[in-house]
Design a protein around this ligand. Structure first.
Ligand code: GDP
Length: 439
């Protein structure tokens, strides 16, 4: 999914390297490339321009923390903008009413019937009694298709093959649902190959008659700008509540996912990732942006570093690490920072290579307390020169902090490991070790 877009963006970020500050000149070129990548991915020109203009505005002159590189900081800025372009927050469907009614609309071939089956299965898993309704009065095959899917997911399908009035079928289905204790009714409607007045009238009439709590517009993501235009037309007539983007497992360019929210002002609520009944995902704008940027956890890392990193302290520690002078005073100060950052293991696991090195090191919140007590039982000289802590000193520290000698030995061992690990993290920051590849 979005492979072209992802690799073009990666290429764009690569041009922005090495500087301690994002400057007008180096960022302008990169942002131009980002805009081109978006347009190539079939994002509307106006949308691509607006979003890249605001990325540029935000990026220029931003101080780059020593914990991150300019390209990474810009990736984070682009990520934030793409997330808000796609709506920011995840939006759920509304299942109000008894029964709750969900109306499904879209062109023929968009994946409407497939999605109806998937949604029925999804809601059934929440222990709700669901009814599927086949409202396609033109294609008997569509009714059969829904029946097959209903059987697959174990949901009853209501149909009236002889009836040629979609509104009556829909109304009858709801009466049937009420009489049979169905809590959610999903109405699959007829589509056409292209937008057509009669189809629009029919769906609008069905909507008017059954007053759904949720109307979903299904669209094939492979159709790019056309998807956005069709969405606009359907929205003018139906005022739908959300979009379902199908076939995201295919070779889709990303334009529809990125443009629909800003062009139609309706959120994407679900994405279809395959033909199987379980290939349905809720749509999370932030996760989608991460996938588009191929960044994964690096974003969280940058975010957390931005949140708690004490630049001055980091510089001081870096220098000590370089001279191999990292001591227990620094260890205590680092413990404080680590506590602020959250779970240490979780954090370092985001940096490839480092997580593996830390696999067997046990660092957790509770482990901090005796560690702090032991360090406090050390003399100032001992804290500054950990290498001088021999057997008899360890005994004294154990007695002073009320722990077993074994625990002091463990601390010394872990301290050594941490020293090594900090050195490695330092190398990552300085670019001697590579940050994760953007795939
Ligand atoms: P409808 O005419 O809108 O009801 O569309 P269908 O549900 O019949 O889907 C049309 C075709 O697209 C079928 O072959 C489906 O299997 C396929 N399809 C639907 N959703 C997806 C999806 O998310 N991924 C893939 N790869 N195929 C899908």
């Amino acid at each position: 999914m979005f492979e072209n877009l992802s690799s073009k963006l990666e290429q764009a970020f690569k041009t922005l390297k090495g500087q301690g500050r994002i400057t007008d000149i180096n960022v302008a070129q990169t942002v131009k490339e980002i805009r081109k990548a978006l347009i190539d991915a079939d994002v509307n020109y106006k949308v691509a321009k607006t979003v890249t203009d605001s990325i540029l505005k935000e990026a220029i002159g931003r101080e780059v923390l020593i914990a991150v590189k300019p390209g990474e900081l810009l990736t984070k800025i682009v990520y934030d903008h793409l997330t808000s372009l796609m709506g920011g927050e995840k939006t759920d469907i509304s299942l109000k009413g008894d029964p709750a009614v969900v109306l499904i609309a879209g062109l023929q071939g968009s994946g409407k019937t497939t999605f109806s089956g998937k949604l029925a299965s999804h809601i059934k898993k929440q222990n709700k009694n669901v009814l599927l309704v086949a409202c396609d009065i033109y294609r008997p095959a569509a009714i059969d298709q829904l029946k097959v899917l209903g059987e697959q997911v174990g949901v009853e399908v209501y149909s009236e093959p002889e009836n040629k009035d979609a509104v009556t079928i829909a109304k009858n289905a709801i009466a049937y649902a009420k009489a049979n204790n169905k809590k959610v009714v999903i109405v699959d409607t007829a589509g056409r190959l292209a937008v057509d007045e009669q189809m629009m009238k029919e769906i609008a009439a069905v909507k008017q008659a059954i007053q759904p709590s949720e109307t979903l517009f299904v669209v094939d993501s492979m159709t790019g700008q056309d998807a956005v235009n069709t969405a606009k037309t359907f929205n003018e007539r139906l005022d739908f509540d959300g979009v379902v983007l199908t076939k995201l497992d295919g070779d889709t360019r990303g334009g529809a996912a990125l443009s629909i929210k800003s062009e139609v002002n309706k959120p994407i609520k679900f994405v279809g990732n395959g033909e199987k009944m379980d290939a349905l995902d809720a749509f999370y704008p932030d996760r989608m942006a991460q996938r588009i940027l191929g960044m994964g956890d690096v974003l969280s890392l940058v975010e957390r570093a931005q949140m708690v990193f004490d630049e001055e302290e980091a510089k001081r520690i870096n220098q000590k690490l370089r001279k191999n002078q990292f001591d227990f005073n620094d260890f205590l100060s680092q413990l404080e920072q680590v506590k602020k950052m959250g779970d240490m293991k979780d954090l370092v696991s985001m940096i490839p290579g480092v997580g593996k090195a830390l696999k067997d090191v046990d660092i957790n919140e509770d482990a901090f307390k005796p560690i702090v007590a032991m360090i406090q039982s050390m003399t100032p000289q001992e804290r500054a020169n950990p290498d001088m802590i021999n057997g008899s000193r360890r005994k004294r520290i154990a007695a002073g902090s009320g722990v077993q000698i074994q625990q002091v030995n463990n601390l010394m061992k872990h301290f050594e490991e941490l020293r090594k690990m900090m050195k490695m993290m330092n190398n990552v920051k300085e670019g001697k070790m590579k940050m994760p590849n953007m795939k």
